[in-house]
Design a protein. Structure first.
Lengths: 255, 255
DNA sequence: ATGCATTTGTTCGTATGTATC
DNA sequence: AGATACATACGAACAAATGCA
């Protein structure tokens, strides 16, 4: 008959109203919110309450405010920082492990390549080729440039897949993975061989995308991730990932 | 030579300290934080500043405070609510459409079924069977019970896949999809036929999971989602989804 | 079951450093 | 360069809510 109620704080209502305004487009990125003093009259609450609401919105990456700015808090363009933060803390809390992350990445990045193989334009193909050549060029010199071009290559794949959600998911998962084991990788002894191998694998994937072979692109991408990161996993965890490597014979894993 | 600096607010430092304490285990779920007045002396700041920090931690789902509680704010168990919220707002940010969502869901839920087919235990299998029968039982009577059992079925699949991240992703995407087009579905004329059809499809997926046929489970799940929601999409969008329906012959789509 | 002490939710006032016009 | 308006931060205060004796 009756619904249970939760006492709702004043600042929550303010957050909801501002979030709603951003959501429905009445507040677009770059626009300014009224000053805190203005907001306290509009909402009919005290300054502290307004500030608590603004803090929450700020921690969600939706607005930013600077002292002394006469224009008031600014509405930020959409960003994935909140997603980033919440996923990182899940990882830190060990609710999600490296194996979970890699398995998920094999799924999403694999599917991204599958879609990219179908929908890529020739311009995108050229851009991928360029990114790959930049990777090759910076193997011997610049570790940072290599990593940058690597990211660029994956971004181009995700973009070619034409799914914004997939794009964001790939981006977040990739960076969280790196954040977890970057040190181990850069400290590895045969770093240069690893980089060269990575180039070779990227070339294979690119070939499949060029040939518009979605299944090959997907499986190569998954295999790449698996073999690149498998050394950092326990044996039990490796088994969870191999399931996604069906190889060319799809039904082989039933036996 | 020098790094650019960002002015750091007092409340941010407090948030970092408390987050750190939760992370490294000195604050475990269920434990209480000191009262606000105690915290202001410990951190050497005013009460407002302490409260701003607590609001942020609260919006991140890490602590909760009730008025009048002499024990102070409580440290919450790790939860995925923060991830939930940030993913929802990502979807609402118009950059992601229904087609993106469904395509993504076909990927993740497909893979979840694939993994579940391999790793499911017999107990989990029985639980899935039970959920399916509950769905069948409530077709004619209770729309809410049907939806509930439907969710339970999918949750069991995700749980059997043994990947917490995948579990959360599926949950979020599913709820956002529903939130987007629930009305259209419940208003549909032949609602009962739809529900019966849904049961039939779930049974097919369950058969594949029981037979430990990962590829069949994956493709059936994807096909189910596609055919269930395709009527609500434009024709151009439908094309983006069909790519993921390779059918039984994996290489057929190259031709 | 009833007060009592304490805590949170919220308000108001004030001082200080800062960014913009 | 100065004036203005701003955010940051502090402190005191009151009402409502909670837990405990």
């Amino acid at each position: 008959m009756f619904e249970p109620v939760r006492p709702v704080r004043a600042y929550e209502l303010i957050v909801q109203q501002i979030e709603g305004a951003i959501f429905d487009g009445s507040l677009t990125p770059g626009m300014r919110l009224p000053s805190e003093r203005e907001l306290m009259t509009q909402f009919g609450v005290s300054r502290s309450t307004v500030r608590e609401a603004l803090r929450v919105l700020q921690s969600e990456g939706k607005v930013a405010s600077r002292p002394g700015d006469p224009h008031g808090p600014v509405v930020l363009p959409f960003s994935t920082t909140a997603l980033h933060k919440s996923m990182s803390s899940l990882v830190r809390a060990e609710t999600v492990g490296l194996a979970d992350l890699l398995q998920f990445r094999m799924m999403t990045e694999g599917c991204a390549n599958q879609l990219a193989a179908v929908f890529r334009t020739s311009q995108q193909l050229a851009a991928m080729q360029a990114a790959l050549e930049k990777m090759r060029a910076s193997v011997k010199q610049d570790e940072a440039a290599f990593a940058y071009s690597d990211v660029a290559f994956h971004d181009l794949i995700a973009e070619a897949a034409r799914n914004k959600l997939l794009q964001v998911a790939n981006d977040v998962v990739r960076s969280v993975v790196l954040q977890l084991i970057q040190r181990k990788i850069t400290q590895s002894a045969d770093r240069e061989a690893q980089m060269l191998d990575s180039c070779r694998r990227h070339a294979l994937v690119l070939d499949a995308v060029r040939a518009q072979d979605p299944v090959a692109a997907r499986q190569l991408a998954r295999k790449h991730i698996f073999e690149y990161y498998a050394p950092y996993l326990d044996e039990a965890e490796v088994g969870r990932l191999t399931v996604l490597l069906e190889g060319s014979a799809e039904s082989a894993d039933i036996a």
